[in-house]
Design a protein around this ligand. Structure first.
Ligand SMILES: *Cc1c(COP(=O)(O)O)cnc(C)c1O
Length: 216
């Protein structure tokens, strides 16, 4: 199957309110161009250097999403252009994003990554850590970031009952916060193997790599 066919096929199955992030990490520019020509405008990368290089080459109307773990000392490289940072998991990182955004005279949209999987290999915060950040004065003073919602990755397992519990857990926290913070709009959950379930559980942003571009 071609990238174009994969993408059109996937899009035809998605409800209108779902944003599709085409996860193009490790894939060559020619693959991204095919997706672009099919109309795709949101691309997700997980490595700073790769995203910077692709951003330089690709058309400028693309929205670049950083979906991977972001090191503080690398924020400066993506701050001038990144559209959404999915993996924010500490106040320290958020403060650095705010600082770099200010330098670029921008406001950068971010998602807090929550740890919903039971495996200990995944990044992300606990619900308590998140509450602590949201309630602290330092956070409230950050004017060049906007927290737009939450992101989570389910366990890497074939046990869909477990994945469903994890997605529902993230959705319940999202619903709570949505009522307190009017800018909370995005819940980023669901990948190639579990996006249908994620949508059923209330996701409105899915991050799809291999279903579009083939296996890595
Ligand atoms: C790689 C990656 C994806 C996409 O994974 P696929 O299974 O190829 O769809 C989604 N989210 C994150 C955070 C990733 O690192």
């Amino acid at each position: 199957m071609s990238i174009k066919k994969n993408l059109l096929n996937l899009k035809s199955k998605l409800p209108d309110n779902i944003s599709l992030v085409a996860v193009s990490k490790t894939k060559p520019i020619s693959d991204l161009e095919q997706a672009y020509l099919t109309g795709q405008r949101i691309f997700g990368e997980n490595k700073v250097q790769e995203m910077v290089q692709k951003h330089e080459i690709m058309p400028k109307d693309i929205k670049w999403h950083m979906i991977g773990h972001l090191q503080r000392n690398k924020v400066k490289y993506i701050a001038p252009f990144v559209n959404l940072i999915h993996g924010v998991d500490s106040l320290k990182l958020l403060k650095e994003i705010n600082k770099q955004a200010l330098k670029c005279d921008r406001t950068i949209d971010c998602l807090f990554q929550l740890k919903i999987a039971s495996e200990n290999t995944k990044f992300g915060m606990s619900k308590n850590e998140l509450q602590t950040i949201l309630n602290c004065d330092e956070f409230k003073k950050l004017e060049n970031i906007k927290v737009r919602g939450l992101m989570g990755m389910a366990s890497f397992t074939g046990d869909f009952d477990r994945i469903e519990l994890e997605f529902k857990y993230l959705k319940s926290i999202f619903d709570d916060l949505k009522n307190q913070f009017q800018e909370f709009k995005i819940i980023s959950m669901g990948m190639s193997g579990d996006y249908e379930l994620a949508i059923k559980c209330g996701s409105n942003m899915i991050r799809i790599g291999s279903h579009i571009f083939g296996s890595r």
